[in-house]
Design a protein around this ligand. Structure first.
Ligand code: SAM
Length: 234
């Protein structure tokens, strides 16, 4: 599965999966408009959602797009599958590590994630993977909470971070905008909300090349199995 920290992250989310929606219910009032906003900008026939969790984004997915969703926690994924069924959405759910995506280069027209790269142990590796699997013209869309720019609040976040990570799995003091740039993603937009702690980030692969040919232009993958087979390694 990867590093010890990756295994620990998986266990933390497995442990809280049953309570996750209830625990997040109060903050969801603030998060929902950000989810809606992010997904309104996602374009493409084949889209990757990284770290789907319990499926909170599923109702915002662009109609008509084929979405592949991954997560490292089997228990979160089980809830996501239930959510997809409830909404009547056909989403390909795959148990996978964002740091080592089981997909070929340049197959997705867009990748999106909400509140995920605070939890991925090596966020730059995960973001590099997101960049790798999108087409040359593909976009990457993120909503993340980050370390506050305010000196005192930032210090408080640093102090609380070890406890929060252990309890919830999420780091509250990351500089995700810098991590996105470090992963080689060309940042095209950053919007701040919630006193600068919430960021809507959009970027692109920043290159064009042979892999910019989208799946839409290739053999169409019409069946559920077809999509996963078509984008998988090997
Ligand atoms: C805070 S939750 C957010 C879930 C969902 N995106 C949302 O907005 O509600 C973080 C999610 O990222 C997943 N995650 C953490 N590390 C991961 C990794 N290395 N690969 C894939 N998923 C990961 C967790 O299992 C969890 O479901």
């Amino acid at each position: 599965m990867g590093t010890d920290e990756t295994v620990r992250t998986q266990k933390r989310y497995d442990r809280q999966a049953w309570l996750y929606d209830l625990k997040e219910w109060p903050v969801e009032f603030a998060f929902k408009p950000l989810r809606r906003r992010l997904w309104s900008e996602v374009r493409g026939n084949l889209v990757l959602e990284i770290g789907v969790g319990t499926g909170k984004n599923f109702s915002h997915h662009p109609p008509g797009a084929r979405v592949v969703g991954i997560d490292i926690s089997p228990k979160m994924l089980r809830r996501a599958a239930r959510c997809a069924r409830r909404l009547g959405r056909d989403i390909d759910l795959v148990l996978a590590d964002a740091q080592r995506l089981p997909f070929r280069d340049g197959v997705f027209e867009a990748a999106a994630a909400t509140f995920v790269f605070c939890s991925v142990p090596d966020p730059v590796a995960g973001l590099e993977e997101a960049r790798r699997v999108v087409t040359g013209g593909g976009r990457i869309h993120l909503v993340e909470h980050v370390r506050s720019g305010n000196r005192i609040v930032g210090w408080l976040m640093d102090s609380l971070n070890p406890i929060v990570v252990r309890m919830m799995g999420a780091n509250i003091n990351r500089d995700t905008v810098s991590n996105v740039a470090r992963a080689g993603i060309r940042i095209e937009g950053v919007e701040s909300r919630g006193f600068g702690i919430l960021k809507l980030i959009s970027g692109s692969k920043g290159q064009t090349g042979p892999e910019s040919v989208s799946l839409g232009e290739r053999e169409p993958a019409t069946t559920k199995e077809g999509v996963v087979r078509d984008v998988a390694h090997g």
